[in-house]
Design a protein around this ligand. Structure first.
Ligand SMILES: Nc1ncnc2c1ncn2[C@@H]1O[C@H](COP(=O)(O)OP(=O)(O)OP(=O)(O)O)[C@@H](O)[C@H]1O
Ligand SMILES: [Mg+2]
Length: 245
């Protein structure tokens, strides 16, 4: 379980971007973070991952305070997986080499089998194992960056806009893969998203940020049905949109 307690953060000498954020995500749960551009979603994820050091507050994983722990140690020792917002694959490497990069903290003898498990989970990547990553479609790249994080068998998975730039069908596929990971592994997943409707469809709970603060939080199904949420953040979408049970 990951818990964010009263986190404040900013960049360099600049003002605070996050103003006291509280958030919690349990195992076997997808928590989505929504909100307008520039409200601090990626900054919050970077605080959890260790790329931005909080100015105040704590990041706690399974009861251990990880606030001062640097990013690479969070991956290696605390099994945190982070897929950043910008395209993070190595274009000049093959699909298999990209996944192997994610396995670099595993014992050498286990790496090949770990990569093989990802290929079993994602046959579309297996079919292109020896292709250069630059030859993949946008959706395939998202799957590749997911597989690269998963190969290290994280207990917490942080995803920054996994559906960015994808067609509706591909969004469905990528979110399906993420839900599958939750159900199969019991992993704790924190996912920043712009596609609010689709994200609420797959998530268990959600936090809506505005100006670096939590403006709304709750069960995803409740937020989908909430008139204030619909009006402010979902563009007054029609009542006919299916609400998951
Ligand atoms: N490396 C940085 N240095 C200085 N300021 C930054 C840096 N990264 C982000 N910011 C600022 O912090 C604020 C929040 O940015 P952040 O990337 O967290 O927003 P976001 O909610 O993820 O937005 P988007 O939906 O566009 O991805 C913005 O005002 C941005 O300009
Ligand atoms: Mg962002």
């Amino acid at each position: 379980m990951i818990r964010i307690e009263n986190v404040t953060a900013g960049y360099g000498d600049g003002p605070n971007i996050l103003h006291g954020i509280d958030l919690q995500a349990d195992g076997r749960e997808i928590v989505t973070i929504l909100g307008p551009n520039g409200c601090g979603k990626s900054t919050l994820l970077k605080c959890i991952a260790g790329f931005v050091k909080p100015r105040g507050g704590r990041v706690v994983l399974n009861g251990t305070d990880l606030t001062p722990v640097p990013a690479n140690e969070k991956v290696r020792k605390h099994r945190m997986g982070f897929v950043p917002q910008s395209d993070n694959i190595f274009r000049t490497l093959t699909v298999a080499e990209n996944i192997l990069m994610g396995a670099r903290f595993l014992p050498k003898a286990e790496r090949a089998a770990a990569v093989e498990r990802q290929f079993l989970a994602y046959p579309s990547l297996a079919a292109k194992a020896s292709r250069k990553a630059s030859a993949l479609s946008g959706g395939e790249r998202q799957l590749l960056s997911l597989a690269r994080a998963l190969v290290a068998e994280p207990t917490v998975l942080l995803l920054d806009e996994p559906s960015a730039g994808l067609s509706p069908a591909m969004v469905h596929e990528v979110f399906g893969a993420i839900a599958e990971i939750r159900d199969r592994s019991g992993m704790c997943i924190v996912m920043v998203e712009q596609n609010a409707f689709e994200a609420l469809g797959v998530a268990d709970r959600a936090y809506v940020l505005a100006l670096g603060q939590v403006a709304l939080e709750g069960r995803a199904a409740d937020l989908l049905a909430d008139p204030a949420m619909r009006h402010l953040y979902l563009g007054g979408a029609p009542e006919t949109v299916a609400v998951p049970a």
